[in-house]
Design a protein around this ligand. Structure first.
Ligand code: ADP
Ligand code: GN1
Ligand code: MG
Length: 374
C-alpha cells in the first residue's frame, strides 16, 4: 500500500496514480516545490535494487487554466520541438527539456473524476531549483532563459493556444484591478488605500509596452512568460541552467517580459512575501548579471527596440505582478495559492517597493543595457 503525505488529497491521488504503470514499487507522493499555481507532487518508486526513481506529478489549476487540453497540446508541441533541437546540438533530451510519461492507456495526461488534468514527468535528477540567487547563478539562469527564447525563434507561433488570455496585457490587468476594487467583495479596500493609490497613479505606465507593440517597436515572439528563478533547474555539476520548466504559459509574447519577470523575482534579496519592506531592495548588480546572461543566451537576436525597452520590461512585470496579487486579495484569494490570510497583500507590497526602486534607478538600468548590447 502506497503511503501518502497529503491526506486530504488521498482519494484523488490514488485515482491518478492508478492511471499510471510505475516501473517499481510506489513508496509515496508528497507535495513538492514552491509554485503558486499547480498542485505539484513528487512521486517516489523503489526498485528492488538501486536508487529510488522519482517523478513529478502535477494537477493543473483549473482556476488559472480554463482549457487544459489546449495547454497540454502546447506542452507537447514545445517539448517535442525542443527535444529535436537538443538532439541536434548533441545534448541530452531527457535532461534538457521536459517529457511526459504516458498513462496505462497510452494517453499523454490523465483527467480525473473532477475534470482536473494531471501530467507525469520524470524528475530531472542532480539538479537544484532556487528561490534566490548569487550573481553567478542568476547569470546562468539568464543564459538559459535567453537561449530558450532563441531556440524557439522558428517555432510556428500560430499553432500555440493562448492558455491564459491577456496574460501579460498590463492594460487589461489594470482594468481587472479596477473591477475588483469596484466590487470590493470582501470589504478590504478601506484598509489598503495606499496600495490602491500606488496602482491608480501608474495607469499610464500600464500602456507603455503595449503601445510600443502597437507602434511596431516591439515584435511578438514565442516567449515563456513566467521566468521566475524557480522555473529553471540548475545542474549540480556544471551550475548551468539545464532545463527550463513550467511551460504552461509559453505562447506569443514580448521578450522584454521574460527579461522583466526574472528581474522582478530574482534581482533582490528578499522573499516575495517579505513583510519587512526595509529588506526589499532592487539590486542593480544582480540586474547587471542577469542582463549579461540574457543577452548572451539570446545570441544577438533582440532588436534595437527590444534592447531599449528591457528596463521597462522589468518595471512593468513587477508592477503587473503587484497588481495581480492585489486584485486577487480584493477578490478573496482564488488564483494564487496562499498559506496565510494576508499573503497576497504582502506579496503585492514587495512588488510595489521594487517598482519604486526601479523608478528611482531607471537611468542606471538603461545604462547597464547599453553597456552589454552590441
Ligand atoms: P507551478 O506552475 O505551480 O509553479 P512548476 O511546474 O513550476 O509548477 O513546478 C513546481 C516546482 O516543482 C518547480 O519549481 C520545481 O522545483 C519542481 N519541478 C517541476 N518539474 C520538475 C522536474 N521535471 N524535475 C524536477 N523538479 C521539478
Ligand atoms: C505564478 O506558477 P508560478 O508559481 O511559477 C504565476 C506567475 C506569477 C508568479 C508570481 C500561471 O508563477 O504569472 O508571476 O506566480 N503563474 C501563472 O510569483 O499565473
Ligand atoms: Mg513554477
Amino acid at each position: 500500500m502506497c503511503k501518502f503525505y497529503y491526506p486530504e488529497k488521498d482519494a484523488i491521488l490514488q485515482e491518478v496514480l492508478a492511471a499510471y504503470d510505475f516501473p517499481a514499487t510506489l513508496l509515496g507522493a508528497a507535495r513538492y516545490g514552491q509554485g503558486h499555481i499547480n498542485d505539484t507532487f513528487c512521486v517516489v518508486c523503489q526498485p528492488q535494487e538501486g536508487d529510488a526513481i522519482r517523478f513529478i506529478l502535477q494537477g493543473l489549476s483549473l482556476a488559472a487554466f480554463p482549457h487544459p487540453d489546449e495547454l497540454m497540446a502546447n506542452f507537447i508541441g514545445i517539448t517535442s520541438y525542443l527535444r529535436d533541437k537538443v538532439i541536434a546540438n548533441g545534448g541530452d533530451p531527457l535532461r534538457e527539456t521536459l517529457s511526459l510519461v504516458k498513462t496505462r492507456d497510452g494517453k499523454d495526461y490523465y483527467t480525473d473524476s473532477n475534470g482536473k488534468v494531471w501530467r507525469l514527468t520524470p524528475f530531472i535528477e542532480n539538479t537544484d531549483c532556487f528561490q534566490s540567487a548569487t550573481p553567478e547563478l542568476f547569470e546562468a539562469s539568464a543564459r538559459s532563459f535567453g537561449r530558450f527564447q532563441y531556440m524557439l525563434q522558428g517555432y510556428p507561433a500560430e499553432t500555440l493556444h493562448e492558455t491564459i488570455v491577456n496574460f501579460h496585457n498590463t492594460e487589461d490587468r489594470f482594468a481587472k484591478f479596477e473591477a475588483a476594487l469596484a466590487a470590493d467583495k470582501h470589504d478590504r479596500a478601506k484598509d489598503i488605500q495606499a496600495d490602491i493609490q500606488f496602482v491608480l497613479d501608474r495607469k499610464a505606465d500600464c500602456s507603455v509596452a503595449l503601445q510600443a507593440l502597437r507602434d511596431g517597436k516591439l515584435p511578438l515572439r514565442v516567449t515563456h512568460n513566467d521566468t521566475k528563478l524557480n522555473n529553471i533547474l540548475i545542474d549540480r555539476d556544471s551550475h548551468e541552467g539545464i532545463c527550463v520548466i513550467d511551460l504552461d504559459t509559453t505562447m506569443p509574447g514580448l521578450s522584454i517580459n521574460d527579461f522583466g519577470d526574472s528581474i522582478r523575482f530574482g534581482a533582490n534579496h528578499s522573499k516575495e512575501d517579505e513583510k519587512d519592506l526595509s529588506k526589499v531592495n532592487f539590486d542593480i548588480e544582480l540586474y547587471e548579471a542577469y542582463t549579461r546572461g540574457f543577452l548572451e543566451g539570446a545570441q544577438g537576436s533582440l532588436t534595437e527596440g527590444e534592447l531599449e525597452y528591457l528596463p521597462w520590461g522589468a518595471r512593468l512585470m513587477t508592477l503587473e505582478c503587484g497588481i495581480r496579487f492585489l486584485t486577487d486579495y480584493l477578490d478573496g484569494d482564488h488564483y494564487f495559492r496562499i498559506h496565510y490570510p494576508e499573503q497576497n497583500l504582502d506579496r503585492c507590497r514587495t512588488q510595489f517597493k521594487l517598482v519604486k526602486d526601479m523608478e528611482e534607478q531607471f537611468d542606471a538600468m538603461a545604462a547597464v543595457i547599453r553597456k552589454y548590447a552590441k
